[in-house]
Every structure is written in C-alpha cells, then in structure tokens.
Design a protein around this ligand. Structure first.
Ligand code: HEM
Length: 458
C-alpha cells in the first residue's frame, strides 16, 4: 500500500510557483514543512518536485545504488556557462569522470596542507585591511569574506592574484557572479513561455556570463604566458593524466572546471564565514570559549599547519554554524528506478527530489527541541560522531559530494584563529535578527559589524 505524497492546493497552469518566496525559497519550504510534514510535492514552473525534510528520508536518498544527483533547474542555468565541469556535469558524462579522477587527489587534505602559507598570506591581507579601520567603521563582513575567498581560491589553486581587496566595493568577478547566480535562480522559477520576453534580464545574464568566462580565459592565458613548476591545481589540470583512460583534460574542460572552482569555491565559503561571525556575535559565551581555546593553545605566536587539528571547540563552532546555516541549503536527486520512500511514498524513476538540507539540519528527532539554538557543545566529545547517518550533510554526498571540503575547512580554520588572535568584534545593531540572501547559496543579509584590534593580546 502506498501513501500519496501530500501537496498544497495549487493554481492551474502556475502550480505553486506564486506561493514560493522568490527571494528566500527555503523559508517557504520551511513553512510548508510545518504544515505538511516530512515530505511534500510542489509544481514549480511546470516541474513536479518532491521536497524531503528529515534525516530519515535523506538517509534513504543518500543511497547511491538507488538515487543519483540531478541538476536542479538553476544548476542547469549555471551549466550554460560551466558546461560539463565537475559541479554541473551529468553523472554519465565522461569529462566528469576524468576530471574527478585527476582532481580528487589535488584537493586531498595532504595537498591542501601545502597551500597553508599561501592561505595565510591571503588571510593576513584581510586582517591588515581590517586593522586599519577604526571602531566606528561599519562593515558588511559578507562582502570582505567574498573578497577573501575569491582571492584564496585564485591565489592558492591558480597562483593568480585577483587583488580582490584592492577594489572599491565588490570585485567585478564577484559582482558578475552574484548577478549571474541570481538570474539562474530567477530563470528556474519562470515558465518556459515567459523566458523569451524577459529581454533585459536575459541580456544581463549573457553579459555576466561573458565576464565570468573572460576571467577564466585570462587566468589560463596568463599561465600559458608565464609557466611555473609550482604543483598548484592549475598545473595539475594542465598536465595531469587520467590513469584509467590515459587522457588529459581538454582545454574546454580546464576552462569549465576553473570556472566551477571560482563559483563553488568562494560563495559557499564566504557564506560559511558570515554565518560563523553572526552566530558567534549572537552567542558571546561561544565567542569567549573560542577565544580562550586559541589563547591557551596558540597564544599570539604564528600558527602552524599542525595547530589546526588541536582546536576541538573551533571545530565544533564550524560544524554547528554549518548545521544552522548550510551555505548550500538544498541538493537535487532522482531515483534510478521506480521506488518508494519509507516503503510507502511512491517515486517514479527520474522524478525530481529536492533534499532540503537547511530543514534536515533542524530535524527535532535528531537535534532535540532546541534545534534553532547555536550550541557548539552538541558537536563535542564524540556527539558529532554518534549522530544518526546523514543528519549533517552541508557538503553533499558520495561521488558528487564536495571536492573542495578540505580547502574550505583549512581556510576557515586559519581565518578563525587569526581573528581570535587579532580582533574583537561588535554587532552594529545588537537587535539584528538573521535575514537571508539566497541565490544558489544562502548567507546572512544586511548584517554589519565593527572591528576592534585586540588590546589584551596574550
Ligand atoms: C560540490 C558545498 C566549498 C568545489 C558541493 C556540494 C555541496 C558543496 C553541497 C554538492 C552539490 C550537489 O550535490 O549538487 C560546499 C560548501 C563549501 C564548499 C558548504 C564551503 C563551506 C568548496 C570549495 C570548492 C568546492 C572551496 C573548490 C575549491 C566543489 C565542486 C563540487 C562541489 C567542484 C562538485 C563535485 C562533483 O560533483 O564532482 N559543494 N562546498 N566547494 N564543491 Fe563544494
């Protein structure tokens, strides 16, 4: 016996599109899940999508023998720029497998350790900039974190300086990317018949796409004109040979993947840093504990790569911030064959599933009734390891999980240690409550802080 998947009342032709908040869709899904529970079906711009909201269901959908990644309509729009690069490739595309085998070792924890000095260089640039601001200077950390993470991925992986800290406002690449991703999302919610009439939006989308592609071409041309022996990611892309096929990456595949790293590698990590800053400022006890851990274990000496593994509270802060603020709040999947979830909800072969990671990370069955509280303690002393499987999935899953996780992890660890060593932070508006900006990723919106150099240094 199967149970039909519940679905809210819908409007003919438009389905549920009009009832979803265009700015922050994840909040509409949250409201719907309060009403409809663990699973519900929506008709979004003519496409039926099943949204799943609990750990139990995510655990089933994370079985790669039964389910695979599919591109959501918005990722399909990103694909127009990045082709069959890692993030936007369909699973069966040969270039995905070749790039995956060549690039997985390049992003291993061991290889990322070799980028430590370059990462510290970039983080110091941000700290030096912030140290010069007086306490009255109000700043939006999301903007500077975007500069930081963009600089980190280009400098550490491609030995190319974007000089993102030395432009007024957002770097042109980051600006074009924000516009491009916004429009990818907007297009995914539009009915096909409307699309050709959105002339201004379509022109802006093409313009932003061209800016992104031109940057990638510049980075590649610069490397070809200035070859180096450095074993960075770009050289691995240029020279690496796939052991299984004997093939190298084609020029187009290198360009696609460079763009993917620029896209996937910076928006998400800057979102993570902004969420951490927000939750620490709203939870001063956690901020104090983190500061104390850094003071006790490192003090004011220069940190080393080995320090990053000795900071359990810092690790717990990172995990808890990713639980409440997963920068990638949803991921797309589909069943290989007709199947059921929990033995009762029917799903047809290839039907679209959206795993609402943001909601799954708030599943009270797993996290208790205080799900909305920031409590790094729930990630300490073996509790993280004892969680039910797939309770915490900010980096995706399996073969199509995040390749850049060790990179992001190390980058954020360095940033947090340096911040604790050098600054204290103050909320601009103590009554600020979290608002989200959602494109392909989510991050805090209109969140501003003040920075004071530490005067009580250890
Ligand atoms: C895939 C999250 C940082 C490169 C993914 C996926 C998630 C994710 C959820 C799977 C998406 C899906 O199933 O559709 C994050 C988060 C990050 C982060 C939360 C930071 C906090 C990075 C960085 C890089 C990167 C720094 C590159 C340097 C990629 C790539 C894929 C991916 C290439 C596609 C892998 C494949 O399908 O083969 N990421 N990511 N990510 N990520 Fe990340």
């Amino acid at each position: 016996m199967t149970t039909p998947i519940p679905s809210p009342p819908s409007v003919p032709f438009l389905g549920h599109t009009q009832s979803i908040d265009r700015d922050v869709p994840i909040l509409s899904y949250q409201l719907l899940s309060k009403q409809y529970g663990e699973i519900f079906e929506l008709n979004l711009a003519g496409r039926l999508v099943t949204i799943i909201c609990t750990q139990e269901l995510l655990h089933e959908v994370s079985d790669e023998k039964r389910f695979r990644k599919v591109l959501s309509p918005s990722l399909n729009e990103v694909r127009n720029a990045a082709g069959d690069g890692l993030f936007t490739a369909h699973l069966e595309e040969p270039n995905w497998a070749i790039a995956h085998r060549i690039l997985m070792p390049a992003f291993s924890t061991m290889n990322v350790r070799n980028m430590f000095d370059d990462m510290v260089d970039v983080v110091n640039q941000l700290c030096d900039k912030w140290e010069r601001f007086g306490p009255y200077h109000k700043l939006d950390p999301a903007q500077d974190f975007t500069a930081l993470t963009l600089e980190a991925i280009t400098f550490c992986a491609m030995s190319y300086r974007m000089n993102a800290f030395y432009v007024e406002g957002l770097h042109p690449f980051a600006k074009a990317l924000a516009g491009f991703l916004f429009e990818c999302n907007a297009r995914s919610m539009r009915l096909g018949v409307v699309k050709p009439f959105m002339r201004a939006a379509n022109a802006k989308y093409e313009e932003d796409k061209t800016i992104l592609v031109n940057y990638v071409n510049d980075i590649l041309e610069y490397r070809r004109a200035n070859p180096t022996d450095k074993k960075d990611i770009l050289n691995i892309m240029l020279n690496g040979v796939d052991k299984e096929t004997g093939q190298k990456l084609s020029d187009q595949s290198i360009k696609n993947n460079l763009l993917i790293f620029l896209i996937a590698g910076h928006e998400t990590t800057s979102g993570m840093l902004t969420f951490i800053m927000y939750y620490l400022l709203k939870n001063p006890e956690a901020m104090l504990k983190l500061r104390k851990e850094v003071d006790t274990l490192i003090g004011s000496r220069a940190m080393t790569i080995d320090d990053v593994h000795k900071l359990p509270y810092l690790l717990a802060v990172m995990r808890e911030a990713l639980r409440l603020g997963p920068p990638a709040p949803m991921r797309g999947a589909a069943p290989w064959e007709d199947t059921t979830l929990k033995g009762k909800y029917p799903l047809a072969k290839d039907s679209a599933i959206l795993c609402a990671i943001y909601l799954i990370h708030r599943d009270p069955k797993v996290w208790g009734e205080d799900v909305d509280e920031f409590r790094p303690e729930r990630m300490l002393d073996g509790r993280f390891e004892a969680l039910p499987p797939d309770s915490w999935q900010p980096f995706g899953y399996g073969m199509r999980g995040c390749i850049g996780r060790p990179f992001a992890w190390q980058e954020v660890q360095i940033v947090l240690v340096k911040f604790m060593q050098r600054f204290t932070f103050v909320l601009d508006d103590p009554s600020y409550d979290l608002k989200y900006k959602q494109t392909m990723s989510i991050k805090p919106k209109d969140f501003c802080i003040h920075i004071l150099p530490r005067t009580d240094k250890k």
